[in-house]
Design a protein around this ligand. Structure first.
Ligand code: F6R
Length: 263
């Protein structure tokens, strides 16, 4: 795993947007995996700027979102579908037919999840998957105990996640108890993975998933099994890492390191 420690949220967002932008410039018809939540908001804002000011072209991009609350219609203001429209899609030139977000109000979740997996395959697989991380170590909505081989399915949310996400709803009772989510196995199939995290509240879990053992109790730790993962953290989220000096040395000597490892 490549660990990049940014000064603050702004720098973290800029670095992650640059990684996404260079993927798009390298391959105009890239398939992106996208996340919602507070963490990537700055990254998406920077992507909008790159689109507006530097002509970053999304017209051939396909995107697949990680997850959606089960039971919410796409136009529900708390749905992840709505979030993506508001914070990204309506400001850039993606083609609506190429923006895939799980449909929360599907009548047949099992059939829908199989279809979603098929669509990802038909698109040629995900080139770059963007992830945030929950305080319980979840990636997408793969809560502790999820199989590390899991595929897209309906998953029950844990109490901590429901509490964390209550801030978006008028009361905690309105937070859906289930979500449709890509599995850990689906995520690990992506060719490259970019995880972003910021803030003190993520410090403990970042140390666990980066430097602790691989365990289904912290599903982000499964990223240790992937060969091309970049983690971009702000100083606070990185504050409990043991090997910070090493990560910073690698970052400061990036050109030398990339020459040696051939990337
Ligand atoms: C969202 C998602 C979640 C979030 C995580 C962190 O699509 O898959 O795993 O990335 O819950 O959320 P924030 O960024 O709000 O702290």
């Amino acid at each position: 795993m490549e660990i990049i420690i940014a000064r603050d949220y702004e720098e973290m967002s800029k670095i992650s947007a640059d990684i996404i932008a260079s993927q798009i410039r390298k391959k105009h018809d890239s398939v992106l995996g996208l996340a919602t939540g507070d963490t990537p908001l700055g990254t998406y804002k920077e992507l909008l700027r790159l689109h507006r000011e530097e002509g970053l072209d999304f017209s051939k991009i396909k995107s697949f979102n990680l997850d959606e609350y089960h039971g919410l219609a796409p136009l529900h203001p708390n749905s992840y579908n709505f979030f993506m429209q508001e914070h990204l899609f309506k400001h850039i030139n993606t083609i609506p037919a190429n923006e895939f977000v799980p449909q929360g109000n599907t009548e047949d979740p099992e059939e829908f999840c199989a279809w979603y997996e098929r669509k990802i395959q038909e698109a040629g697989g995900i080139d770059l998957q963007v992830l945030g991380i929950g305080r319980d170590g979840h990636i997408a909505f793969n809560e502790p105990g999820s199989s590390l081989a899991s595929r897209t399915r309906v998953k029950a949310l844990v109490r901590k996640t429901i509490e964390d996400n209550a801030r978006f709803f008028s009361s905690i009772d309105e937070v859906p108890r289930f979500a449709i989510t890509m599995g850990v196995g689906t995520i690990l199939d992506a060719r490259r993975i970019l995880l972003v995290a910021n803030g003190q509240k993520k410090a403990e879990v970042c140390a666990q998933f980066i430097e602790g053992p691989v365990t289904s109790q912290i599903t982000a730790s499964a990223l240790q099994l992937h060969s091309h993962v970049t983690v971009v953290l702000d100083e606070e989220a990185a504050s409990k890492l043991q090997r910070k000096d090493y990560y910073n040395w690698v970052r400061d000597n990036k050109q030398l390191v990339h020459k040696k490892i051939g990337r």
